[in-house]
Design a binder for this molecule. Sequence first.
Ligand SMILES: NC(=O)c1ccc[n+]([C@@H]2O[C@H](COP(=O)([O-])OP(=O)(O)OC[C@H]3O[C@@H](n4cnc5c(N)ncnc54)[C@H](O)[C@@H]3O)[C@@H](O)[C@H]2O)c1
Length: 352
Amino acid sequence: MRKLTLEEKVKESTIKIVLVGCGGISRAWVKPLLERKDTVLSGLVDINRQAAEKLASQFNLGAVPIATDLAGLLKTVKPDVVFDCTTPESHYAVAMTAFRHGCHVLAEKPMADTLAHARTLVETAGKKRKVYAVIQNRRYSRWIRGIVRLVRSKKLGTLTTLTSDFFIGAHFGGFRDHMKHVLLLDMAIHTFDAARFISGADPVSVFCREWNPAGSWYDHDACAIALFEMSGSLIYSYRGSWCAEGMNTSWESTWRLVGTRGSALWDGGSNCQAERVKGKTGFKREIEKVAVDFSDIPGLLEGHAGLIDEFLNCVRRGKKPLTAGEDNIKSLAMVLAAIESSQKNKPVKVNW
Ligand SMILES: NC(=O)c1ccc[n+]([C@@H]2O[C@H](COP(=O)([O-])OP(=O)(O)OC[C@H]3O[C@@H](n4cnc5c(N)ncnc54)[C@H](O)[C@@H]3O)[C@@H](O)[C@H]2O)c1
């Protein structure tokens, strides 16, 4: 067998990872990580030491180093990658600390609390030549890939109108109950990102209204309606609530896609019905069914496992992941512009 060059050996060697923020979502990261042979979990960090200890014990991580100070652990462990599963207001500081210590970063959404912070993160990752990406796990499902395939096939013509409905009665307890703009910041980022992924369009402007209805168990606005103008004159409308009891949608939302020649209704999962115009005469033109191809994308791992896999491949090969910070900043910009519009009670431009 041919001997590996030094460069090849480095590329194929084990990637050392430190995970920061050992709360609820960290379980979705550790599980796929432990199933891989090409990585080692070299440290856990949490400002609450007990949270890290609990995670280590739940997954039998043995003598994995545990710390409450990220910078200190990075100095001693010298990992290649930092996984950031902390709460949104900590994402900027965690990623900047990781970049200062020469690490690549994969972070939970949303990428930062402000656009200025997000821009600095993208710039810093670029300057330091580090792979930097944000978890938008809902892009890693064969269902959304099938919808993207449908749009790109032009079977419905050119997409002109996109709507999404997100209605879930979510009783989290914890930080979300007290968070401002909780629906837009913590959840709508997924839906807005999916709208960009499905349409392939960039946001231009938005008019949004947030509110906290009677009966809500959140301290701040947990409902929003937003109307986006996207590039190519596409209109995207969003309706969402995190305090709607009954008749809940999927976490992926329910969608209507309208193109110049046809439409599709998609439940965010395996159910999509599509039709397009066939006839040329009549008040309502004759229509025909359009088959939607949800067959597996070869090699696609789903959810967090899929994103982590792509990210680690990009670290090895120096490539950009699908959800690289420089692209994901557009989804964050949609969220922040929607909040600004709601506060000003007028349409605003979406800048990033
Ligand atoms: N992608 C998804 O589907 C998905 C789902 C749930 C949560 N999330 C995101 O994951 C993040 C965490 O959510 P969660 O539900 O796990 O929250 P959580 O409160 O359960 O856990 C967060 C943990 O981070 C720790 N922490 C906070 N700031 C820190 C810092 N500066 N340094 C070290 N540790 C710190 C906290 O002590 C806590 O243990 C949020 O950004 C959330 O939006 C994403």
